[in-house]
Design a protein around this ligand. Structure first.
Ligand code: FE2
Length: 287
């Protein structure tokens, strides 16, 4: 499944809190790639473009956006898409990704990643929009499975079947967030491994892992504000053993510790990752 010119191993998301330490070289040789959100860099003036260019020289860049609203109903914002294409033509890699959700209505941004009804009609509509985005950006898209707290409308199928349906209809790749699967599994009471066995694993091009926090006895919240749970690491390992070397992003958006602490978690994750890669290689050798 590994593609040419695609980094593999554990990467970090570029966050302003970590930027100076990364610029000082403290992450050199420690991370496989940086994942960045183009929205944070597209309209920036001052020293920001030059600083970003230096980082892009140092690390492979994987792009991941937040505001496309692939599951929305209105037309895509032409200005946003044009600016995105210019950015990706300059800095983008083998693909671009965004979420399987809607995040705006009637031309207004909702600043949240909201679920789409799990129906065949919606799967087809989203798949058509993903194909349109791929055409407009001139590159393959990955879609990321989100965490959600309430299914919207009447569901004709479960989430995993819906994700699989969209992937097949759009013929696109999956950015598999195993923490989102875990959080959803706990909140909606299903087996996360049954979920993983339902989706087409051969379409997984990238993984996200993150930590979450407990809201109360019945609900987990996907805050990206804590270390990755062993159970979520196990899910990453299960997937990597089956698909082989793949870029895995450690996401952290709240309670971001100093870079040295993040790198300790990167190394711990990398040990789990490398063991899974070794099992993958051994399985292939036996086959
Ligand atoms: Fe994610």
């Amino acid at each position: 499944m590994q593609q040419k010119n695609v980094p593999t191993g554990i990467g970090l998301g570029l966050r302003s809190r970590l930027m100076k330490a990364i610029e000082r070289g403290e992450a050199d040789g420690e991370i496989a790639f940086l994942e960045i959100s183009p929205e944070n860099h597209m309209h920036r003036g001052g020293s920001s473009p030059a600083r970003f260019l230096k980082l892009a020289d140092r690390f492979p860049i994987i792009t991941h956006s937040l505001a496309m609203s692939l599951g929305g109903t209105g037309p895509f914002d032409a200005g946003y898409m044009g600016e995105m294409k210019r950015f990706l033509d300059r800095f983008g890699g083998a693909w671009h990704s965004d979420h399987l959700c809607f995040c705006g209505a009637d031309g207004r941004a909702l600043h949240d990643l909201l679920p789409i009804p799990f129906t065949k009609v919606c799967a087809q509509r989203v798949a058509d929009r993903i194909r349109e985005v791929q055409d407009r950006l001139g590159r393959p898209m990955l879609i990321e499975n989100i965490s959600y707290y309430q299914a919207l409308g009447h569901s004709e199928m479960d989430e995993a079947t819906f994700v699989a349906e969209v992937l097949e209809r759009a013929d696109c790749g999956l950015l598999l967030d195993v923490n989102n699967v875990y959080v959803n599994a706990k909140n909606h009471d299903f087996d996360p491994y049954a979920w993983l066995k339902t989706i087409p694993l051969h379409r997984v091009r990238q993984l996200h892992v993150a930590g979450h926090e407990r809201w109360d006895e019945t609900m987990l919240i996907d805050t990206h504000g804590a270390e990755v749970l062993p159970e979520v690491q196990d899910m990453m390992s299960w997937v990597i053993e089956r698909i082989g070397p793949t870029p895995v992003l450690l996401e952290r958006d709240r309670h971001i510790p100093p870079l040295a602490e993040m790198l300790r978690e990167v190394r711990a994750l990398d040990a789990v990752y490398q063991a899974a890669v070794a099992r993958h290689a051994a399985n292939r050798a036996q086959a």
